[in-house]
Design a protein around this ligand. Structure first.
Ligand SMILES: NC(=O)c1ccc[n+]([C@@H]2O[C@H](COP(=O)([O-])OP(=O)(O)OC[C@H]3O[C@@H](n4cnc5c(N)ncnc54)[C@H](OP(=O)(O)O)[C@@H]3O)[C@@H](O)[C@H]2O)c1
Length: 372
């Protein structure tokens, strides 16, 4: 069977970091990289030719849609461009794997679902952690007959006390559709929706957020909160006045808490933050509490490819479930995509699932006052 021929849209951190893994995954080959600036695309192509087993050509975005010899496109653009470019690519007959979160509204997700159906192509949201066996086990544990019993409460945080001005300058940028929920909160949200396997009761949704924006540039600045308080990142003296005047106007959530119930009565409580968590790292966990026990992991979204441990308690007895050689989640994701494109397995996540995720994001934003 011929390899799926990929183009990568964008040349940022995720594109550069993941290209070698797409290249080495079974069933896939990288044939093109596209940038707003062809020179940047060429630089990434040169690095790929030197270190990965492929020789992609450098293109500009507009060239990808109409180009023959490209079967699938990995969209690694800022969140504000996900829906627009995924739609164009689907309409031009390409399969699409788009970085999370695929959409910020239900209506956008519905447009993509319709386009994918019409074109007979895949549109898949890139939640790489779903492609590690620990995630499959969590889904199993949430279903009937599990050793933890019927799940009553799910709690999950992704609090990442971020100190990187490059990251914060885009993640707290309203025009790029930043915010904690879009960047990191979509992980706890997505895993709760995945294990429960259906839509929540939207009327049960509660959410609160601290809003803010990045004031500065990619090399330094501060998080300015709604009340005017400024949390400086890096050297205050290093921030030029013109950076401050260039800053984005709109506010996004720098921290966000959300909870809702599923029809079964299971409650979910999630939290994400760029400022909470340990100053030198992250505070991340996923916990399911059932009638007979619980499952708990501190690495739900970055499971160890070699040896991942999941704690499972049942009827007072505690067990460490170990996943040896679960594999690189990105490599697993690309291999699953290739098999789905050949019709051998279902895509993960499904587009139906992404519709629910998009609606959850839209409703949480609406509840906390983030508007696009
Ligand atoms: N799955 C994961 O583990 C993971 C990790 C990190 C990020 N992500 C997701 O991947 C996406 C990209 O994140 P990233 O960290 O790679 O971001 P990044 O470093 O800022 O890269 C984004 C790329 O998009 C292109 N772009 C097009 N229009 C842009 C604009 N107006 N402003 C900035 N860049 C623009 C740029 O490439 P050109 O200039 O070459 O066109 C840029 O390099 C986000 O949706 C994020 O949520 C996922």
């Amino acid at each position: 069977m011929a390899d799926l021929r990929w183009a990568i849209l964008g040349t940022g951190r995720i594109a550069a970091g993941v290209l070698p893994r797409l290249s080495r995954s079974t069933g896939n080959i990288v044939v093109a990289v596209a940038s707003r600036d062809r020179v940047r695309a060429q630089e990434l192509c040169d690095r790929a030719s030197a270190s990965a087993d492929c020789a992609p050509v450098a293109l500009e975005y507009e060239e990808i849609a109409g180009r023959a010899g490209i079967d699938a496109v990995y969209v690694t653009l800022p969140n504000s461009l996900h829906a627009e470019w995924s739609l164009r690519l689907l309409e031009s007959g390409k399969h699409v794997l788009c970085e999370k979160p695929l959409c910020a509204t239900r209506a956008e997700a519905e447009r993509l679902a319709t386009a994918a159906r019409k074109a007979g192509r895949l549109c898949v949201e890139g939640f790489m952690y779903m492609h590690h066996p620990q995630t499959a086990r969590l889904v199993e544990l949430a279903r009937g007959g599990s050793p933890i019993g019927a799940v009553r409460l799910i709690r999950s945080n992704r609090n990442v006390c971020n100190r990187d001005p490059y990251i914060l300058s885009s993640r707290l940028n309203h025009s790029l559709r930043g915010g904690a929920l879009m960047d990191i909160g979509c992980y706890p949200l997505s895993l709760a929706l995945l294990v429960m396997g259906g839509a929540p009761e939207w009327s049960s949704l509660r959410a609160s957020a601290e809003l803010g924006r990045w004031v500065g540039g990619p090399s330094g600045g501060c998080i300015e909160k709604e009340n005017g308080e400024r949390v400086w990142i890096g050297e205050r003296g290093g921030v030029r006045a013109d950076f401050l005047s260039e800053s984005a106007e709109g506010l996004v959530d720098e921290s966000c808490s959300f909870s809702f119930s599923f029809p079964s009565g299971t409650r979910f409580e999630g939290e994400c933050s760029f400022t909470k968590g340990a100053a030198d790292g992250a505070s991340v966990f996923f916990e399911m509490i059932g009638e007979r026990g619980r499952a708990y992991t501190t690495h739900p979204f970055s499971p160890d490819p070699d040896r991942q441990v999941l704690l499972v308690e049942s009827d007072g007895k505690s067990t460490e479930e170990v996943f040896e050689r679960g594999g690189d989640k990105f490599v697993n994701q690309f291999e699953r995509f290739a098999r789905a494109a050949r019709g051998e397995v279902a895509a993960l996540p499904s587009m139906d699932w992404s519709l629910i995720e998009a609606e959850a994001i839209e409703r949480i934003h609406s509840a906390v006052g983030v508007r696009w």
